[in-house]
Design a protein around this ligand. Structure first.
Ligand code: GLV
Length: 329
């Protein structure tokens, strides 16, 4: 959207770099800002926003560069759920600059992705796609069911909860939620346990779903020893962060045919062209698409969560989605 850079600087400015908002959503953001005495400048990409950051008090955007270029910044909201790319920034060490995320916007899209990849693997979709591509007619591959599976959800935030809700619809399975405190306020899991119990639970897990943030505490939580505890044939789904598991150790398990996996996140993204992971057997790769902003519902949630905290900000109330940069989420 073009702006006249010769106009006098407004008193308070909100800069948003949020691709894909429709006209109605843009109007909502602009009106909410105006009602609080803010001028809202909306952009589709960082480069267009850069000349406007000098006066920005609030920035809604993805990249750390936006924060670095905003000397008057008081609040930075990322449309992502994960903040691992931001918490290392010196800018957010200061208590004067609040950092919030959009946790709560991605549960639906990531849960649908997770159900999709689980069914794809259990029902041998890749094998059948190969069979029909060769114009063969085979119908005898053994398949498995979600019903009756022992499912461990490592991470019981918005993503873990939305996933559990959907998995319930497939009929009785045993859903175990694992989190730092082992709580289950909505009663979505058959049992909720603290992460200290992980080692004893892995041997009785058919499907392991990881939706943890990337923090120093979660780094390589799933190391070679823990992966080895999973029973033969177990399926591991990672929609959190690649750093949570030892990718090389997992690749060894996949090559040995002991485990299968569906990974949406990786230690290095994009996966380097020569990385053996590209051709690793028993692995379904998706290029970090489980939770991006390509679903309209997700964009709508990002906007409404932001507007909720914008009201809080303007009223001087604590921001609901404030991240603790030292904790990392
Ligand atoms: C996506 O991975 C996100 O953090 O929003």
């Amino acid at each position: 959207m073009p702006h006249d850079s010769t106009a006098p600087a407004p008193r308070r400015r909100l800069v948003a770099v949020l691709p894909g908002l429709d006209a109605q959503q843009q109007a909502r953001l602009t009106a909410a800002a105006a009602a609080q005495g803010f001028e809202a400048l909306l952009f589709e990409e960082d480069a267009a926003a850069l000349p406007w950051l000098e006066e920005a008090e609030i920035v809604l955007g993805q990249s750390a560069a936006l924060a670095r270029r905003s000397p008057r910044l008081r609040w930075f909201c990322t449309p992502s759920a994960g903040v691992d790319h931001l918490v290392r920034e010196e800018r957010f060490r200061s208590p004067d600059v609040a950092l919030t995320n959009s946790s709560g916007a991605y549960g639906v899209t990531i849960a649908e992705h997770t159900v999709m990849v689980i069914l794809e693997v259990l029902r041998r979709q890749a094998d059948y796609a190969g069979i029909v591509a060769r114009r063969e007619w085979r119908r005898d591959l053994p398949v498995r069911s979600i019903k009756g599976s022992r499912i461990l959800l490592l991470g019981t935030g918005d993503i873990g909860r939305e996933t559990a809700l959907r998995l319930r619809a497939f009929g009785p399975a045993r859903l175990t939620g694992v989190s730092r405190r082992g709580l289950d306020p909505d009663g979505l899991f058959d049992r909720a346990v603290p992460v200290e119990m992980l080692d004893s639970l892995l041997p009785e897990t058919d499907i392991l779903i990881i939706s943890l943030p990337g923090t120093p505490q979660t780094r390589r939580l799933l190391d070679a020893d823990r992966l080895a505890r999973l029973p033969e044939g177990a399926l591991l789904v990672n929609v959190g962060r690649g750093s949570v598991l030892d990718q090389q150790a997992l690749a060894a398990e996949l090559c040995a045919g002991r485990l299968c996996a569906a990974l949406d996140v990786f230690e290095t993204e994009p996966i380097p062209p020569a990385d053996p992971l590209w051709v690793c057997p028993n692995l379904l790769i998706t290029p970090h698409v489980a939770g991006n902003m390509t679903l309209p519902y997700t964009r709508e949630r990002i906007l409404s969560l932001f507007l909720e905290d914008f009201e809080n900000y303007c009223a001087g109330r604590p921001l609901r989605r404030r991240v603790d940069p030292r904790r990392g989420y």
